[in-house]
Design a binder for this molecule. Structure first.
Ligand code: GLU
Length: 441
């Protein structure tokens, strides 16, 4: 069903994985979890933390695997597997999205949960990190089936979630309707309405103004700052955006509104290119009509993988993990990369692109706008007092740009990449909270 299709580009990810696996004698095969752990290990080494602290931060605090049986509309019963991983609670309740995608597994969810811990710590929102997932392709199911899957999954993870424990939000394959079902299931089981149980809800149910576009707005604030830092005037810059879902579509729109020439965008079916800049509104209308960017009359067709190697100033990977890897990093021509997705760049690609002078703004900074406004939504729900959209957007911009300055300053003064700086700052904050609380018993 179309409402839950978003920025999954599985073919690219599969391509990336097979390319990576094909590298004979290469370092351990890159997976999201291996990548997340290698980033953590680097930060731990830099901070000089003990192996005990390292082990603790490398390991999720709590994880739950649940069976999710679904009675299909046909009457047949099928079984899915769901996960909720709570990586860390040292700074507050666990927080993170819920992903519906066919290839979701426990290791991917572990990686995404760890990245949420760092993202929340880096942006100083008072949460730990979590992530959930169900190995399901939402496009193969009716709305009624997705509702039953969501409600059954919610009731299975009910004992470990709550507005003070763990607060889910949308991610790939889920949307505000999914959040409404989770809120309702949790509330019915509680006997009263609990709007703080999820974020990314419909506004009519206590969702926040500005939440739906928050990740893309944040990506745009960071992209403009990063371009300027690299000496590129945004109004003279060209860009390519991988993914035309929840993050990519609005990022392409906001970048265009900011004067950047967005020349190419892709989705899981292919890419489109126009050297003079794409008409993003017309492209969005085409996608609403046909379900894909390909076939858009205002552009020429382009191979999805080729989009990553275009000669543009700015590249925004806003789809899935591992798309910039050892096999293509040497061919990337963008000067600035702003990670709209979680984990799009493997450590090997990071190394190659750093050597080539490409400025990579890491996911935990670049795409944090979503969880920042999730935090605003949770604060508003807890107080039953709603903010205007301009208040939400001003506070979002202020937090994104101050985090950018903080990470940039830390990186510059120590000669680190932005990723290493951001991860180290986040890990340090989490470790400090843990130290102050002490180890129980
Ligand atoms: N899924 C989003 C992310 O990866 C949002 C998480 C949230 O708002 O809790 O950051």
């Amino acid at each position: 069903m179309s409402t839950v299709i978003d920025n999954a580009v599985a073919p690219h990810a599969a391509h990336a994985a097979s390319l990576r696996q094909a590298q004979d004698g290469a370092a351990p095969v890159s997976t999201p979890l291996a990548d997340a752990r290698s980033q953590l290990a680097e930060a731990i080494g830099l901070l000089g933390f003990s192996e005990g602290t390292h082990q603790m931060l490398a390991t999720p605090r709590r994880e739950l695997t649940v069976a999710v049986p679904l009675r299909r509309d046909s009457g047949e019963t099928v079984l899915f597997t769901g996960y909720r991983v709570q990586h860390n609670f040292s700074r507050g309740p666990a927080k993170g999205g819920l992903r519906y995608a066919p290839n979701v597994d426990i290791d991917e969810v572990r990686a995404l949960a760890m990245w949420m811990t760092w993202k929340c710590a880096l942006l100083d929102v008072p949460y730990g990190g979590a992530k959930g997932g169900i190995a399901i392709d939402p496009r193969e199911h009716s709305k009624a089936e997705l509702e039953r899957v969501t409600r059954r999954y919610t009731s299975e993870i009910l004992p470990i979630i709550g507005p003070e424990r763990d607060i889910p939000a949308p991610d790939i394959g889920t949307d505000e309707q999914t959040m409404a079902w989770i809120m309702d299931t949790y509330s019915v089981n509680s006997g009263y309405t609990v709007p703080g149980i999820v974020t990314g809800k419909p506004i009519a149910l206590g969702g926040s103004q500005g939440r739906a576009s928050a990740t893309s707005r944040g990506v745009t604030h960071i992209a403009l700052a990063a371009l300027r830092h690299a000496g590129i005037t945004p109004s003279q810059a060209t860009a390519a955006v991988q993914g035309f879902g929840k993050v990519g579509a609005d990022a392409a729109r906001f970048l265009t509104e900011s004067g950047v020439t967005v020349q190419a965008v892709s989705d899981q079916y292919g890419a489109v290119f126009n050297a003079a800049g794409l008409d993003i509104e017309a492209l969005a209308a085409h996608v609403r009509e046909t379900g894909a960017v390909i076939g858009f009359s205002g552009a020429e067709a382009l191979d999805g993988a080729a989009l990553l190697e275009l000669e543009v100033d700015l590249l925004v990977p806003a789809a899935v993990e591992g798309v910039l890897h050892e096999g293509n990093a040497a061919r990337v021509q963008a000067k600035v990369i702003v990670e709209g997705a979680n984990g799009p760049t493997t450590p090997a690609a990071d190394g190659i692109m750093r050597e080539r002078g490409i400025l990579v703004v890491p996911d935990i900074l670049a795409n944090a706008g979503g969880v920042i406004v999730s935090y605003f939504e949770w604060v508003q729900a807890n107080q039953a007092y709603w903010w205007r959209v301009d208040e939400v957007e001003a506070r979002l911009e202020e937090r994104m740009l101050s985090a950018w300055q903080h990470v940039l300053g830390y990186a510059t003064s120590r000669g680190l990449s932005l990723r290493t700086a951001a991860t180290a700052l986040a890990v340090e904050r989490v470790a400090e909270a843990h130290k102050l609380r002490g180890l129980y018993p």
